[in-house]
Design a protein around this ligand. Structure first.
Ligand code: ADP
Ligand code: MG
Length: 692
């Protein structure tokens, strides 16, 4: 029985025994044969290629050289070191040892030919190999395994002879016992279609590759499988949701049509139309909708949300819309109120600062159903808020809300799960979206409304500050407004605050006659709101702030955003900040101020911003620079405990894995067909870890 082999306790492996077994479990969570096999090499030492000494550079990884040894000598007083010179036809390189000097010296034979393996390192201003491995060429010919695995290990394990080599030895012992046929979880038809090598070959070659090609094939299989099960899990969740949660049917379009033909202030973009169509499909399907509406800042998600509301209201449902801050809730409220009035819809706003009298009146109307749209902050999910028939819950800028809050809003209808629409302006790269939101359906608004002028982005050094300020003054003279953004640089809030205050003061000095607002994270929400409103109304012309204005604020008249110390901001943040301008018809500008000296990553970020306005392209660069964990925040990165696949590089494999998962789920949602038994078993064992 093959599965019994994999489940065998590690202590029964030759070379392990009870005490090492306990250590392996404690240090690397390796309990069974399978756990050990899943402890994959994190890199390989390639002994198939010989380098020449002339081509050695410090930034090369491990290299293999062949040459003869000369000039062996011990140098230094006190702490001695041993040096020798290795010569090939192209040049000479120094070898250095600090430990076991006597012993090594005894081994070295002058003028004999050696194969030397090591990492080029600069020592005393010169490229050397420090503690290289040496084999005589006679020995080398016998080396059967030219690509050697390197494993992660720990200090404790090393102290018990389980360094990378020790682990490699165990893997060898284990793989020698591998049964001649290993059960395949991935069904035959998928293996053929995606050219996936057999499991046995994959196991052998991931640890002890026969060749580069076999290694690539093995890595492909491991990456594919890892991503395949995550996708399968997500699609299964979606399937379960579709079956379990009947959705209220909303198919009455008269209200939508009425608004569309009389109230709509502009023509929709093709992308907006498509999104509304997709949402309508869901709302009238009888299944509960769980849809992500993704669109860059300014792409026009709000109107899509409103049209979706009208579909629900048309058949007697109510709608809730939740925003992460009061300012944003109010902005939505103001914007939607005009639309709602034009079709006689009752809309209200509920936040933490709604007056008690107003609140109770509002809640009564909500309970009776005469109030149809409620906009608000997380105040919406408090228990006293009860709807007559909540048909649709819309959540704006979802990355500010937790999954639990989402769930709570959806529980506000006793008979049906309300349909859920999540709107996000964070352009998540497709690969990440597929992994993170794989259980949601996604609509993407990927084109901007026509006539919108792309924001012009400029990179200026601090030395050009006077010109930048002059430019801002000209814009204000033309009736526009500007943002001046300061970064959160210091660890301490005190210092940040001081940084901002200094900035504020210098701006006040530069613009003595211009009314200026400032908001910062230490202000009370009501004061922040007040200051923000002054800016929104145009009473103040410049808004000095830290990143608190990042999300969603919409001041059409603002045409300039100046970002100080732009090198301190992440790409996603820079893009969000830039999105604060260019929402009206005037040409808008984003000015990135930086120091003269920039490190490579900062330069890439700034260059990317200058080069493109496309949020998705920016998100891709961001993913390359930061890796997926950082991109989505700490609390969610657990979802991505990937062992071998790398979302920033393996987009194509992910695509293939998702396609395969779809193929399986669509033809066999419950995984009851015999060819899916292996997949089902595997999913049952890993399922609980992979659900977001
Ligand atoms: P976001 O996707 O960032 O939430 P909004 O919905 O706030 O974007 O829309 C940004 C601006 O573009 C708003 O002022 C909105 O009225 C306007 N807008 C939206 N769709 C269109 C369109 N199809 N044509 C012209 N202007 C539009
Ligand atoms: Mg918005």
């Amino acid at each position: 029985m093959v599965s019994i082999f994999f489940q065998t306790k590690i202590e029964f492996l030759r070379g392990v025994g009870p005490s090492k077994a306990a250590l392996l479990q404690q240090e690397l969570q390796i309990e069974t044969f399978d756990d050990l096999l899943q402890h994959l090499p994190f890199r390989y030492e390639d002994r198939t290629q010989l380098h020449t000494i002339a081509t050695l550079r410090e930034d090369l990884p491990y290299v293999q050289l062949r040459g003869s040894i000369h000039c062996i000598k011990s140098v230094g007083t006190g702490r001695k070191r041993l040096t020798a010179s290795l010569k090939d036809q192209t040049g000479e390189v120094k070898l250095v040892w600090f430990r076991k000097i006597q012993w090594i010296r005894g081994q070295l034979q002058p003028d004999a030919t050696y194969v030397v393996f090591g990492k080029p390192t600069v020592y005393r201003g010169q490229v050397c190999l420090i503690h290289p491995e040496l084999t005589t060429t006679a020995h080398q010919q016998a080396l059967s395994q030219p690509i050697l695995p390197v494993y992660h290990t720990t200090e404790k394990l090393k102290a018990h002879h389980l360094d990378s080599k020790g682990i490699s030895k165990l893997q060898q012992n284990l793989l020698r016992r591998l049964p001649p046929s290993v059960a395949e979880a991935v069904p035959e038809y998928l293996r053929q279609r995606h050219k996936i090598i057999g499991k046995r070959g994959a196991l052998l070659n991931i640890h002890f590759p026969e060749s580069h090609e076999r290694l690539q094939q093995a890595r492909f299989r491991f990456k594919f499988e890892e991503l395949f099960y995550i996708q399968l899990r997500l699609l299964q969740l979606r399937q379960v949701r579709l079956e379990k949660y009947v959705g209220e049917v909303f198919n009455e379009l008269s209200l939508l049509k009425q608004f569309y033909h009389s109230g709509l202030p502009f023509g929709l973009t093709q992308a907006q139309k498509r999104a509304v169509r997709e949402i309508y499909q869901d709302l009238q399907s009888g299944n509960q909708m769980n849809r992500l509406l993704q669109g860059d800042v300014g792409s026009g998600k709000t109107i899509v949300a409103f049209l979706s509301m009208l579909i629900v209201l048309g058949s007697g449902g109510q709608v809730a819309m939740m925003a992460p801050t009061e300012i944003l809730a109010e902005q939505h409220y103001r914007g939607l109120q005009r639309f709602a009035d034009s079709v006689d819809i009752r809309i209200a706003m509920l936040t933490g600062s709604t007056k008690p009298s107003e609140r109770s009146e509002l809640l009564a109307a909500l309970g009776q159903g005469s109030l149809q749209i409620l906009i608000g902050t997380h105040a919406l999910i408090s228990d006293v808020v009860a709807f007559k028939n909540l048909g649709l819950a819309i959540i704006d800028e979802q990355h500010r809300f937790g999954v639990a809050q989402r769930a709570k809003l959806s529980q506000k209808n006793q008979s049906y799960m309300p349909h859920v629409l999540i709107m996000t302006a964070t352009p998540i790269p497709r690969t990440l979206a597929m992994t993170l939101y794989g259980d949601l359906d996604v609509s993407v608004i990927d084109t901007m409304p026509v006539g919108r002028k792309p924001v012009r982005t400029l990179h200026c050094y601090d030395a050009q500050r006077l010109r930048v300020l002059r430019f801002v003054r000209e814009q204000i003279a033309q009736g526009r407004q500007a943002y001046m953004i300061y970064p959160l640089i210091e660890e301490s809030e005190q210092l940040d605050y001081k940084n901002l205050l200094d900035g504020y003061e210098s701006i006040c000095r530069a613009f003595p006659t211009i009314p200026i607002s400032m908001i910062h994270s230490k202000m009370r929400p009501a004061d922040k709101d007040h200051e923000m409103q002054r800016f929104v109304k145009g009473e103040t012309k410049i808004m000095v702030s830290t990143t608190v204005i990042e999300v969603g604020i919409d001041v059409l008249n603002a045409t300039v955003v100046v970002i100080e110390n732009a090198e301190y901001f992440g790409l996603a943040q820079l893009h969000q900040l830039r999105g604060r301008v260019g929402r009206g018809s005037e040409q808008a500008y984003c000015i990135l101020m930086t120091d003269h000296k920039l490190n490579e990553k900062s330069r890439t970020r700034i260059d990317t911003m200058v080069r493109t306005n496309d949020g998705f392209r920016i998100a891709d660069v961001d993913l390359q620079l930061r890796g997926p964990g950082d991109l989505i925040g700490v609390q969610q990165s657990g979802v991505l405990g990937l062992k071998i696949a790398d979302l920033s590089k393996d987009g194509e494999i992910l695509q293939a894995a998702r396609e395969a998962a779809k193929q399986v789920i669509y033809q066999d949602p419950a995984l009851i067909k015999p060819e899916h038994a292996g997949v089902k078993a595997k999913l049952d064992t890993i399922g609980s870890h992979t659900h977001p």
